[in-house]
Design a protein. Structure first.
Length: 300
């Protein structure tokens, strides 16, 4: 199936406070965000017209910008309202939502104190990252690139520049026939996939890496809350690659991936089992609830 270019679509995009035609939502080639990766973004999903965990995403967007040294010129309430506005304006109820903030064109050098901060929000139809048949489990290669030490990169921010090594890692995995890549951190510990957190079921307990150099994902925290609601013990700890063979089940969790079973990591093979099935089912039910019910059942 041919890909539809993202610059040639119908619809509108919220851009600096106004809804503009999709094809006119452009930026100048000398924008600081393009040259120096001074941008932050969010990935959100709408189910039945409700954006799942909207305020948590908005708060993270604002926090990510502050880590990169700039303030988004809109309040959390205004950003939430803009996300809902663009969703309604495009007549979408099941959709992916992408807010992005970046430094503009006023100054093009490493220093960017004089730049204006822009915010845009787009939405489009985007099913699960791994497709409708993800229940059979995805296959992960082993990435050459590693998640950096938090003293060498703003790892607590959902910053655009941090995804460069994710793209390189995913391309490398795809070239070897895998769906995605498992990334280690600078210590050689298990970190995450290129755009989703990872969980291992070991002796009936749910083990997941401590997020000290990668994002503590919103879906990750939601899954942990659901696991505890199901009285599944959750263990957050350093995990080394040689421990993966102890797992009976493995799955990914992220906004784009949702909850997706893993059937292979390198030469290791796994079978989706009851813990994965329970959490996938509960997550799919949760995202269909009202925002009030979501916060009652899975606060993060």
């Amino acid at each position: 199936m041919a890909l539809v270019p993202f610059d040639d679509r119908d619809g509108v995009i919220w851009y600096d406070g106004a809804l503009v035609p999709w094809r006119e939502a452009t930026l100048h080639i000398l924008s600081h965000g393009l040259h120096y990766a001074s941008g932050v973004f969010e990935g959100e999903r709408a189910y039945g017209g409700h954006i799942f965990k909207l305020r948590a995403h908005t708060d993270r967007l604002i926090g990510s910008a502050r880590i990169l040294g700039f303030e988004i010129p809109y309040t959390a309430d205004e950003i939430d309202a803009a996300c809902q506005q663009v969703l309604a304006a495009n007549d979408m109820v099941e959709a992916y939502v992408r807010p992005i903030a970046w430094r503009g064109t006023e100054q093009l050098s490493v220093s960017a104190q004089a730049t204006q901060i822009h915010l845009a929000i787009a939405t489009w139809a985007w099913p699960n990252l791994f497709g409708a048949d993800r229940m059979k489990g995805v296959r992960l290669g082993l990435a050459e690139w590693k998640r950096p030490h938090p003293e060498t990169a703003p790892t607590a921010s959902k910053a655009a520049g941090l995804y460069m090594i994710g793209t390189l890692s995913k391309h490398g995995a795809e070239a070897e026939g895998f769906d995605d890549a498992l990334m280690l951190d600078w210590r050689g510990q298990v970190a995450e996939a290129t755009g989703a957190n990872i969980f291992f079921v070991i002796d009936g307990e749910l083990h997941t890496p401590t997020p000290d150099c990668f994002l503590n994902g919103i879906t990750r925290r939601t899954v942990i809350a659901l696991a505890r609601r199901n009285q599944i013990t959750v263990v957050e700890r350093p995990i080394f690659p040689d421990e993966m063979k102890l797992a009976s089940e493995v799955f990914l969790a992220g906004t784009a991936a949702e909850v997706t079973p893993v059937r292979q990591i390198g030469d290791l093979h796994f079978t989706p089992g009851p813990v994965t099935e329970t959490l996938l089912r509960d997550y799919e039910a949760l995202v269909r609830m009202s925002p009030e019910e979501v916060e009652q059942r899975a606060p993060i």
